[in-house]
Design a protein around this ligand. Structure first.
Ligand code: COA
Length: 176
């Protein structure tokens, strides 16, 4: 398995991000709508400020890079759900041609470590559609604990879908 690195998203990756974001295979189990390049650029500009220590920033986006080839292979996100309570959520997507190489698991492990080191988060959550066993497996492998099903949790293409709920606590991460 080749190592990956995660870097804050920037303008150089706009086209890549737009392509993967709009790929039907990537969107299949996610509540995201197709975008134009102009809309994607507006979204990207919300993530230009990337100071993890700044509690007032709601969301962050990273591009995942295959270290050896320097190719972008996916993206990941972190959102502050409850600042005072130290609760956040992560998400991730890998380009289909790179599936099955362990990259999403690596990304989640790296992201978890980065967030617990650089923010005041004490609990990181992740949810995945009950129709997305690969994502479930990623969270299991990355040390997240299964917490049950959130019924009809997110609307994906006009249908509310049950989602598996996972979380890792800072204390879990420190004990590793
Ligand atoms: C889900 C996703 C992130 C996985 O990325 P990935 O880089 O292939 O993940 P990894 O290689 O780290 O691990 C995938 C694991 O799922 C397993 N898997 C794949 N398809 C599976 C299936 N249909 N049923 C059960 N397990 C499956 C793989 O075998 C692997 O487990 P293993 O290492 O024990 O063999 C990727 O498919 C993706 O980006 N999908 C579209 C976007 C998305 O769904 N994001 C998550 C939203 S919650």
């Amino acid at each position: 398995m080749l190592p990956i690195k995660i870097i804050p998203i920037n303008q150089n990756y706009l086209e890549f991000w737009h392509r993967i974001y709009n790929d039907p295979a990537t969107r299949q189990h996610q509540p995201i709508q197709p975008t134009t390049m102009a809309e994607q650029e507006v979204m990207l500009n919300r993530f230009v400020d990337h100071d993890l220590a700044n509690n007032t920033l709601p969301s962050y986006k990273w591009i995942l890079i295959e270290s050896e080839s320097s190719q972008p292979i996916g993206f990941a996100s972190f959102h502050r759900l409850q600042i005072e309570q130290g609760i956040g959520r992560i998400g991730y997507s890998i380009s289909p041609e790179f599936w099955g190489k362990g990259y999403a698991t690596q990304a989640v492990v790296q992201l978890t470590s980065l967030i617990f080191r650089k923010t005041n988060m004490e609990r990181l959550e992740a949810v995945c559609s009950i129709h997305n066993p690969a994502s479930q497996r990623v969270l299991d492998k990355a040390g997240f604990k299964y917490e049950g099903v959130r019924r009809d949790y997110l609307r994906i293409r006009d249908e509310r879908i049950d989602h598996h709920s996972y979380a890792i606590l800072k204390s879990d991460w420190l004990a590793k």
